[in-house]
Design a protein around this ligand. Structure first.
Ligand code: HEM
Length: 381
């Protein structure tokens, strides 16, 4: 593995420093509740418009949902969103999705450490780096360190101020900026986009569950915009979103880590320095933890009075020191996108396809995506 993959794959000092920097800046530019909420609500409106254009006819949700998820990261990282028909933006998001799929190919998994040799993967990677470099160059040329527009500006301002004080050998260099930006996109686009698409597919497959979500939304919210604050008053909807994440387990195998000391785990000795791959799905589908692990059952997250029930075995974002850096942002995105779409549309299979014919077999990739499919987004009037 090479250092270009930090923050995701790096350990030690640069990871510690860059993770701290990313967290505090994402808080300032998006993960701080209000700022993120505004950005996501704005993006919901753009996504709804795209869905409306299909006028209830069947379409593939993949691209528009991925553009919406990517735009949240864009506005946090670059300080502005892109139009869905912007050819450079479309190419960038599509190349990233392509690579998520390629990273799951058996040939790549076997080669693992040599996967940069895979031609298409490498070409996508290089093109996206060039695109990021261009965007960062523009931000650098128009930088006002007193008025940072997003994560990149903050990083550049920090780099500039360290350099001005004669500190040239820091983690704030161009290589780390590119890898941090690249990783935020890789980690933050496909994950939320895929989860949301699974959610819509599951609603089309289980209309009685969709009905209950919509009944709760109508009763508690009506037609006004849902806000993060509303989550506590929407226990059923919250349970459904948690169950979408548990049931689909989009990252069944988490990122690899290296043991920092000798450890005995469940009777097995693992020496310091061993690479381990945590299997999140083994917890999310654990028969001793869940009543019906392989069924889509929102009751997993509800108590006998219909109140939301927190479960310790719910770890789609992993846990511990390396827990997903974007967890709170992702949870906000899933909640606001899902509820806004369900307020506006009823999701159904294409004409001639029965609910039970909707296929839940995942397409293999670095994340588990739904297989290519189409849905109808029927306006609720
Ligand atoms: C449904 C959405 C998401 C899921 C299921 C998810 C899940 C995960 C998981 C399992 C990890 C690995 C943790 C480990 O190494 O043990 C991770 C890491 C990470 N995620 Fe997420 N993630 C999601 C959304 C996001 C978003 C929106 C962002 C953007 C801010 C993000 C940024 C990151 C980063 C930067 C890391 C690496 C952290 C580090 O190595 O210190 N994720 N995520």
């Amino acid at each position: 593995r090479n250092d270009n993959w930090c923050i995701l794959f790096n350990n030690g000092e640069s990871w510690r420093e860059l993770r701290r920097f990313a967290l505090s800046n994402l808080r300032d530019f998006g993960m701080g509740k209000k700022a993120a909420e505004e950005k996501i609500v704005e993006e919901c409106q753009h996504l709804i418009k795209v869905f409306e254009k299909h006028e209830g006819k069947a379409f593939d949700t993949a691209q528009s949902v991925n553009y919406a998820a990517s735009n949240i990261i864009c506005s946090i990282v670059y300080g502005s969103r892109f139009e869905y028909d912007d050819p450079e933006f479309k190419a960038m998001v599509n190349r990233a999705s392509d690579n998520i799929r390629l990273a799951g190919c058996p040939s790549i998994q076997v080669q693992c450490c040599f996967y940069l040799t895979e031609k298409r993967f490498h070409k996508n990677f290089v093109s996206n780096r060039e695109q990021m470099t261009k965007l960062i160059k523009h931000l650098q040329e128009t930088l006002n360190a007193q008025q940072c527009r997003g994560f990149v500006d903050s990083f550049l301002a920090c780099k500039q101020s360290l350099e001005e004080s004669g500190n040239m050998n820091t983690h704030y260099n161009t290589k780390h900026l590119l890898s941090s930006v690249g990783n935020l996109f890789a980690a933050g686009t496909d994950t939320t986009g895929t989860t949301l698409r699974w959610g819509l597919l599951l609603m089309a497959k289980y209309p009685h569950i969709q009905d209950q979500v919509q009944e709760e939304l109508s009763r508690v919210i009506g037609s006004r915009q849902v806000q993060v604050e509303d989550r506590k008053n929407l226990p059923y909807t919250d349970a459904v979103i948690h169950e979408i994440q548990r049931f689909t387990s989009i990252l069944p195998v988490s990122l690899p880590h290296v043991t920092s000391q000798d450890v005995t785990f469940q009777g097995y000795f693992i020496s310091k320095g061993t690479t381990v791959f945590p299997l999140l799905a083994s917890v999310l589908w654990d028969e001793s933890e869940w009543e019906s692990p392989r069924s889509f059952n929102p009751a997993h997250f509800l108590d006998e009075n219909g109140k939301f029930l927190k479960r310790d075995a719910f770890i789609p974002f992993s846990a511990g020191r390396r827990v997903c850096l974007g967890e709170s942002l992702a949870r906000m995105e899933l909640f606001l996108f899902f509820t806004s779409l369900l307020q506006r549309f009823c999701f159904t299979p294409p004409p001639g396809v029965k609910e039970d014919e909707l296929d839940l077999t995942p397409a293999v990739g670095f994340t588990l995506n739904p297989s290519p499919h189409q849905l109808c987004a029927v306006s609720r009037g």
